[in-house]
Design a protein around this ligand. Structure first.
Ligand SMILES: Nc1ncnc2c1ncn2[C@@H]1O[C@H](COP(=O)(O)OP(=O)(O)OP(=O)(O)O)[C@@H](O)[C@H]1O
Length: 793
């Protein structure tokens, strides 16, 4: 390529010796007019000589290392640009600005003089102008396009660059490149490299790289700027719009100032309430915080919700107690059939509260199977005292925060159930019923001890909910709790409560409840007059016996509702107005009866004995089955999901029966493996009270004598054959009646419990009381051994 051949000709018009002046920032390129400033006496002297003696020509060279004291001692690059000063103007006492043009690059040949100024002998870049080849042309085009992009991003040199770009002269690429080089910025070393590049194509390449780098930086810069601007703009826009909106609202008189009206509303909520002083201080502090916050900030909402909760609570608001025991009795009677003991207990309790005029420390726990009226008794108590009623369940509750609330730092924090209850009740002395206290879970924190804090009269006058973070006095709340069974209630909670049992109803009671309470209530709810629908006695008996045999009456109520709904439809579809519900109607409407009989066995057989159990669903009967399998060495298997206590009591029963049999020369268990099962196999069971039942099953299996018909029993057995007392006599009696049992065996020590039962519960039943297992045998075995079972010996 032609222009690659360096032709260093001497330019006759330019001086061979040049006064050198230093450039510290960047080199300058030929072909442009530009001003330069210099300061320092030594430089001023050099400039003066150049202007006066050498037609104003100087050589401007970039310093490699600057010598601050004397520019002549600095280290210089070899290549610089010759500059001709056209005009010089003093700048300050020690400086000068010169205006001139850059002409040509030169290279140092040698230093010819240092005093009074630095002078070099130089050689010039005297390449002839060349016609660009395609490669160089391509570079030039690339430079031109990049420089335009750069222009779009960086408006700073717009005019200057624009001019250059529009005048780009492909015929003189070297000059064009130099002009552009004066405009780009990069590290000084890179620019010096560009200056030192004699080869034009190489120079174009270097310049393109520099421009590309610059373009990259400019792009990033512009992106950052844009992002910042967008953020600022969006914020500003929203701010202005909001300002305008509230100005418009103010103009329309719709709202004074959002924040102000919220604060006023919250303050208004305090009317008629008496906030204790320490709480008021916290309230005031939060209130002034609210006022200082921007209504759009998230913190405003958090503070506002807190203040609303705090102000919404019924501080110092109490409903006056009725204090009329006669009225309380009337209400309890009006709402509930029977339950005489329960009502008496509750009235005694209410009388005490009235006398002491304080509820402090009185907690009642209503225990009984589902649907026996625990909740509705609670409601009646509230009605009798004229207090608000609120109920919540702690069944399955695993997180302490549900009772005591979440700290306010949580997102979506709320007060716990107790404060929610107070909030809903709108009074500080409501009746709060805590349901299913026996099913309280444990998991996060300790819900049981949180509940204890609530119920404990020593602590609950200053109950601190995590969310509120100020004490609330719960000592005027009348707490009631309910449970299906007592075993699973945490001990410390149990200690603080007075237990009132609701044992479940027998058939006759349920018929009465249905007739006197449930049916009239359902008729009313469905818009029937009481005389429009009548149930026959047989129908009620059939309904209770076949469709609703459980201890409570909730299911009975449900069945009645079903029947009445169907009658509503019938009334709407036909002209019929009055209805008589008979056995047939019930069968028609409710389908096949759910219960026929609980008896699994027709005739009694050896090895099968009916036991009495006390479960969360009330009293129940359960069969105990024993079966022998001939085997060399005996053995014992137990099935039916039995708990540890029940397993042990099975072992005791077996050991005892074996010793009893050995005295009778009966070696059945030496030759048989025995399997004891308690159906239904899927229901977990535990407790020692099936001891005598299991022993009798094992005994009758070995002797082949069946127990007498219609017999059920309960009692703990010791290893020596003593019968120990059990719990739940009333429930067990009720359970036994339900399945048509007529003879019962209880431990002797439970005799009094049984005798204290109401007569109607005992009607038609014969109860026997056993001290020892021998007594059980003499009551249970009235028949002689059957011949078919005699193989057992
Ligand atoms: N002795 C009764 N007299 C009249 N109605 C009753 C009686 N016992 C229960 N009921 C009614 O039976 C229904 C169920 O009672 P309630 O909801 O109080 O049962 P519960 O014992 O609280 O049950 P759970 O343990 O499942 O909460 C209610 O409608 C209640 O009025």
């Amino acid at each position: 390529m032609m222009h690659d051949v360096a032709m260093q000709l001497i330019d006759p018009s330019l001086p061979q010796l040049l006064t050198i002046l230093p450039l510290s920032q960047r080199p300058i390129f030929p072909g442009t007019a530009l001003p330069m400033t210099f300061s320092g006496q030594d430089k001023l002297t050099a400039l003066k000589i150049a202007v006066e003696q050498h037609d104003g020509y100087i050589g401007a060279v970039l310093e490699k290392e600057t010598n601050e004291d004397d520019y002549r001692e600095s280290e210089y690059y070899d290549v610089g640009t010759v500059y001709q000063i056209i005009k010089a103007m003093p700048m300050g006492p020690n400086g000068i600005q010169v205006l001139g043009r850059t002409i040509k690059r030169f290279r140092r040949q040698r230093v010819v003089q240092t005093e009074p100024s630095l002078r070099w002998r130089v050689e010039y870049d005297n390449q002839p102008s060349i016609k660009p080849d395609p490669e160089l042309k391509a570079y030039m085009l690339a430079i031109s396009s990049d420089i335009k992009s750069l222009l779009a991003l960086n408006p700073l040199f717009q005019e200057q660059v624009n001019m250059v770009v529009t005048q780009l002269n492909y015929d003189k690429p070297g000059q064009t490149i130099d002009v552009i080089s004066n405009l780009v910025s990069s590290e000084k070393e890179k620019l010096q490299e560009l200056l030192e590049c004699w080869n034009i194509t190489e120079r174009a390449k270097l310049l393109l790289n520099i421009i590309k780098d610059e373009l990259q930086v400019a792009k990033i810069q512009s992106r950052i700027n844009q992002q910042i601007e967008e953020g600022v703009n969006a914020k500003q826009k929203e701010y202005f719009l909001r300002e305008q909106l509230s100005a418009i609202r103010r103009e329309l008189g719709e709202e004074q100032d959002e924040g102000e009206s919220i604060s006023e509303r919250i303050l208004g909520m305090l009317e008629g309430k008496e906030m204790p002083e320490p709480v008021r201080e916290v309230f005031d502090r939060e209130m002034s915080k609210l006022r200082s916050l921007n209504t759009q900030s998230p913190e405003f909402n958090v503070t506002r919700t807190y203040l609303e909760t705090l102000a919404g609570l019924p501080w110092g608001v109490f409903s006056p107690d009725t204090n009329d025991i006669a009225e309380a009795r009337r209400i309890l009677d009006a709402d509930h059939y029977g339950l005489d003991d329960v009502k008496d207990n509750i009235l005694e309790f209410l009388a005490t509260i009235i006398k002491r005029s304080s509820v402090a420390g009185s907690i009642i726990c209503l225990v009984g199977p589902p649907g026996v009226g625990k909740t509705s008794i609670g409601q009646s108590i509230a009605r009798a005292l004229g207090r608000e009623f609120y109920r919540f369940s702690v069944g399955g509750m695993r997180d302490e925060a549900e009772i005591k609330g979440h700290r306010r730092t949580y997102i979506g924090a709320m007060p716990g159930k107790l404060i929610q209850a107070i909030d809903r009740a709108k009074s500080s002395n409501p009746v709060i019923l805590i349901d299913e206290i026996d099913k309280l879970g444990s998991g996060h924190g300790d819900p049981a001890s949180a509940l204890l804090e609530v119920l404990d009269p020593e602590q609950n006058d200053a109950f601190v909910d995590h969310y509120l973070d100020v004490p609330y006095d719960l000592s005027n709340v009348l707490f009631l709790t309910t449970a299906n069974q007592l075993d699973t209630i945490p001990g410390p909670l149990m200690d603080r409560m007075e237990v009132i049992r609701l044992s479940g109803y027998i058939k006759e009671e349920k018929i009465n409840i249905a007739r006197e309470y449930l049916i009239p209530r359902q008729l009313k709810e469905h818009g029937f007059a009481t005389d429009e629908v009548t149930f026959t006695e047989e129908a009620l008996d059939f309904l209770v016996d076949r469709y609703a045999r459980e201890a409570g009456v909730r299911n009975l109520e449900k069945q009645i509702r079903k029947i009445i709904r169907k009658l509503v439809l019938k009334q709407a579809e036909t002209d019929q107005h009055t209805f008589e519900v008979t056995v047939d109607t019930i069968q028609d409407m409710l389908g096949r009866p759910r219960f026929n009989t609980e008896k699994l066995y027709g005739e009694p057989i050896p090895g099968v004995v009916l036991g009495l159990a006390y479960t969360a669903l009330g009293g129940a009967t359960l069969y105990i089955e024993a079966q022998g399998i001939p085997a060399e060495s005996g053995g014992f298997r137990l099935t039916g999901q039995l708990g540890d206590v029940m397993k042990e009591s099975a072992q005791i029963a077996l050991s005892y029966v074996k010793s009893l049999l050995s005295r009778q020369e009966n070696h059945y268990y030496d030759k048989h493996q025995v399997h004891l099962h308690v159906p239904a196999g899927a229901t977990p069971k535990d407790g020692p009270s099936a001891g005598i039942t299991m022993a009798l099953a094992l005994y009758t299996l070995a002797t082949g004598q069946p127990p007498r018909d219609g017999l059920a029993m309960t009692g703990e057995l010791t290893l020596t054959g003593r019968v120990l007392p059990i719990g739940g006599v009333k429930e067990k009696t009720i359970g036994a009646r339900r399945v048509g049992i007529d003879t019962l065996i209880f431990p002797e020590e439970n005799r009094q419990d049984y005798e204290e039962l109401d007569d109607y519960l005992k009607e038609g039943l014969t109860a026997h009381f056993a001290n020892r297992f021998d007594d059980v045998l003499s009551i249970a075995l009235t028949k002689t051994p059957s011949s078919s079972a005699s193989v057992a010996s």
